[in-house]
Design a protein around this ligand. Structure first.
Ligand code: NCD
Ligand code: ZN
Ligand code: ZN
Length: 426
């Protein structure tokens, strides 16, 4: 199977007016002119479309298993393809949880049958030490630790076992860093103060220093948390991501939007948003994730009791491209935070850039296509967003995974089961 993609190509040396030849899922040539018979041609030359390296989302909840009424691998990876993401990394807070070898295997089976784009797994803190066994690394990229439930509780001992296990194998440890000591009751239910984040980051960074595991702090939401993280960086390797809403919304706006904008960690002040955006531009925040966390409408009505989180796969890239059009970010920032750095964090050398020998994952964007965010039209089962009604400029127009178009012009064109575990890249 040979695919030729023509157009403005985002390479490490800048934009190239040329072509990419993909054979059996791998890039075999990137050049100005490629004349060769192929099975499929995607021609994006002329106009304002740009072929980017396939985007990677390090933090999504595909739900499935017993929570498939919220989302499953088909709708979740469909949402990913619609939003321009070629790889998604799935969190283990499912029902049952992905914290036993047999459940991890079952997860692989379900994903393999339904996924449209490629996927990675994180393993959760197990309930028994016996579930921390060799073989986890054959399917999972790392571990996820939800500190308020698994570190500041009686699960701490098992969590430390995970840290030890991850250190030996140099497996990534992703943390939701909030210390419940700094939780307060609000109109949106229990919510962490900025100190909750700073305190948890300090506690986990100390352990990263003594154990040696690669630490990644996900969805940072506060300037205080970021300050603490930067204090540790240098002494210990830490990477960090945030989500678009921590940059674009503030607590006051979230409160007026109500349950739809309820998310953990909570959305902080406009000052926090401003500082996080500055750190992102400075390159101190490594990645942007969607934290795609769909829930049905009945769980998103009363702010106090609502489930936290909302879908993000179909809004993240378009929001970032809008920031590019507003002069806040540059296109190269978007590639760095959504492709290059996420690939590095996952230690996946096969993706993250358009080069000979890499996997043929691409996200084609139309930098100036305009739209209004409309959650009713999401492919995701979670049909809500705090960005509903927002005018955006810049949209994904094609998502290509291992040389196969998965989304073309807003239509899903691949069949369920095309997606593969990124572990198969090797
Ligand atoms: C996530 C979920 O719904 O699974 N919710 C959220 O508010 N972000 C859990 C999480 O990522 O903390
Ligand atoms: Zn979280
Ligand atoms: Zn999450």
């Amino acid at each position: 199977m040979k695919l030729l993609v023509k157009g403005k190509i985002y390479t490490n040396k800048g934009l190239l007016d040329g072509s990419i030849l993909v054979q059996d899922g791998r890039i075999i040539r990137v050049a100005k002119n490629i004349r060769e018979p192929v099975d499929k041609l995607l021609d994006y030359s002329g106009g304002r479309r740009i072929v980017l390296p396939g985007l990677i989302d390090l933090h999504v909840h595909m739900r499935d298993f017993e929570l498939s009424y919220k989302e499953d691998f088909f709708t979740g990876t469909g949402a990913a393809a619609m939003g321009g993401f070629t790889v998604v990394a799935d969190m283990p807070n499912t029902r049952p949880r992905v914290n036993r070898p047999d459940v991890l295997k079952k997860r692989e089976k379900v994903a393999k049958e339904k996924a449209l784009v490629d996927y990675a797994f994180y393993y959760g803190v197990p309930d028994r030490e016996a579930d921390l066994v060799g073989g986890i690394e054959d399917l999972a990229m790392g571990f996820k630790i939800f500190m308020q439930h698994e570190f500041y509780t009686d699960k701490r001992r098992l969590t430390e076992k995970v840290l030890e296990f991850a250190s030996k194998r140099e497996m990534l440890v992703v943390v939701h860093a909030e210390n419940p000591k700094f939780f307060v009751e609000t109109e949106m239910g229990l919510s962490g103060l900025p100190q909750a984040e700073a305190s948890a980051i300090k506690d986990i960074a100390k352990l990263a220093l003594s154990y040696g595991f690669p630490l990644h702090v996900t969805h940072i939401s506060s300037a205080a948390g970021m300050r603490e993280l930067l204090r540790w960086r240098g002494r210990v390797g830490i990477t960090v991501d945030t989500c678009p809403y921590y940059l674009l919304l503030n607590a006051k706006e979230a409160l007026t939007k109500g349950a739809v904008a309820k998310v953990y960690p909570s959305i902080k002040s406009s000052k926090d948003a401003e500082i996080l955006l500055r750190r992102l531009k400075e390159g101190k925040i490594d990645a942007i994730v969607s934290d795609h966390a769909p829930h049905p409408p009945e769980e998103k009505s009363d702010p106090r009791s609502a489930s936290a989180g909302f879908p993000g796969l179909e809004t993240t890239l378009t929001l970032l491209l809008t920031l590019v059009n507003n002069g806040v970010l540059e296109l190269r920032d978007v590639v760095r935070i959504c492709a290059t750095n996420p690939a590095k964090i996952l230690k996946l050398n096969e993706i993250g850039s358009i080069d000979k020998g890499k996997i043929g994952n691409f996200t084609v964007v139309d930098l100036h296509r305009r739209a209004t965010i409309n959650p009713k039209a999401f492919v995701s089962r979670g049909k809500c967003s705090p960005f509903e009604g927002k005018k955006v400029e810049g949209m994904p127009v094609a998502t290509i995974v291992r040389g196969e178009p998965v989304m073309l012009d807003g239509e899903l064109v691949a069949t369920a089961g095309w997606g593969k575990n990124v572990k198969t890249y090797r």
